[in-house]
Design a binder for this molecule. Structure first.
Ligand SMILES: NC(=O)c1ccc[n+]([C@@H]2O[C@H](COP(=O)([O-])OP(=O)(O)OC[C@H]3O[C@@H](n4cnc5c(N)ncnc54)[C@H](O)[C@@H]3O)[C@@H](O)[C@H]2O)c1
Length: 333
């Protein structure tokens, strides 16, 4: 099949390399607002270039991957769907959850599939946790814990427009916990702090955060995030139930060392960032997208799924700012 890719920044360029290696993708056409970047990626990878998203959507593509800046996601998804072209869109749907909700309303009734890029659902370890929970091996769940620790902060300019820690980083943890439990979050209680660069506070953000999620069946979720984890990119999922406990991410490249004699000793170089930690997951989510485009499976992460994770982020942001528990019903519009 022939796919288009819009946006060739940090993640888009990376996606271009992965898409070229997906067996079902026979041709790829790319575009970015930055024409020099489009020309560079197109010649580096030997793929076609289009002059604009409009030209790309008119170039006989079977599906399109949208990896441009967050504010462009809504308009580009709507343009693809209006042209009848299945779309893969990077998370989040919009810069705020109410913006995402308005996109979901505009897409209601359309039968053109849209898949959102919560790649952790395709991480082999996290998928194995999901399967163990679905097979009932854990009994009833009491505690689900998700950790995302970035090695170092992105530039201040990125943080300033990122929507803050919960929307930019924690949203992946919120999606995976909701997916694993199969439940909705009823209430959150979140807090954050800034002990690193002072500019986090200047742009209204934090560099470290924690959130407690209470699911509608009483399961408790714990989410831990930071921008300062010098040992590497640390993403772990730990799920505890009445019958058993399982974890994803405790493998040789986990960036933590045990000080216990004879304890767990990571043997290999720690994960550096999301590109190496989730290389398999990104490939698998695009393989899934080719099946969505081919019409052989439904979207594995719909806009409605994505919006739920974004409401949780919205509630955490309000909880941390107002120092109080916030019910999801309070933020949903
Ligand atoms: N799933 C993940 O793990 C993951 C990781 C990183 C980023 N993301 C998401 O991917 C998106 C891009 O992030 P990034 O870090 O690559 O940002 P970036 O700023 O590095 O790149 C964005 C690119 O989009 C281009 N662009 C902007 N408007 C455009 C338009 N109208 N048409 C074509 N190109 C346009 C810009 O020129 C730029 O090259 C963000 O929404 C981000 O949240 C997801």
């Amino acid at each position: 099949m022939r796919l288009g890719l819009i946006g060739l920044g940090r993640i888009g360029r990376f996606h271009a390399g992965i898409l070229r290696g997906v067996p079902a993708v026979k041709s790829l056409v790319v575009t970015d607002l930055d024409a020099a970047l489009t020309a560079q990626v197109s010649s580096e990878l030997g793929v076609e270039a289009a002059a604009s998203p409009e030209a790309l959507l008119a170039a006989d593509v079977d599906g399109v991957v949208i990896a441009s800046s967050t504010a462009t996601h809504g308009p580009l998804v709507l343009a693809a769907v209006a042209a009848g072209i299945p779309a893969f869109c990077e998370k989040p749907l919009a810069t705020t959850a109410p913006g995402g909700a308005s996109l979901v309303r505009e897409l209601a009734g359309s039968d053109v599939p849209v898949q959102v890029g919560f790649q952790r659902r395709f991480d082999p370890g996290m998928a194995a946790v999901y399967d163990a929970v679905r097979r009932g091996e854990l009994g009833w769940l009491h505690t689900v814990r998700s950790t995302t620790l970035d090695p170092a902060p992105p530039p201040q300019a990125y943080i300033a427009v990122s929507g803050g820690m919960y929307r930019d980083c924690g949203v992946h943890d919120f999606d995976i916990l909701r997916w694993i439990t199969g439940r909705e979050v009823a209430e959150v209680y979140a807090t954050g702090s800034n002990k690193g660069a002072a500019w986090f506070t200047e742009v209204g953000d934090v560099d470290t955060s924690g959130a407690i999620l209470t699911f509608d069946d009483g399961t408790l979720g714990m989410v831990s995030n930071t921008r300062y984890n010098a040992r590497g990119y640390d993403v772990r999922l730990e799920v505890h139930g009445s019958a058993d406990s399982v974890a994803a991410g405790w493998e040789p490249r986990v960036p933590v060392r045990s000080v216990e004699p004879g304890g767990f000793a990571p043997a290999e170089q720690a994960h550096q960032f999301f590109m190496d930690r989730f290389a398999d997951a990104y490939r698998l989510e695009f393989e899934a997208f080719t099946e969505v485009v081919a019409g052989t499976r439904p979207s594995p992460c719909t806009v409605t799924d994505a919006l739920e994770a974004e409401w949780i982020a919205e509630a955490c942001d309000r909880s941390a700012r107002e120092h109080r528990p916030v019910a999801l019903a309070e933020v949903r519009v």
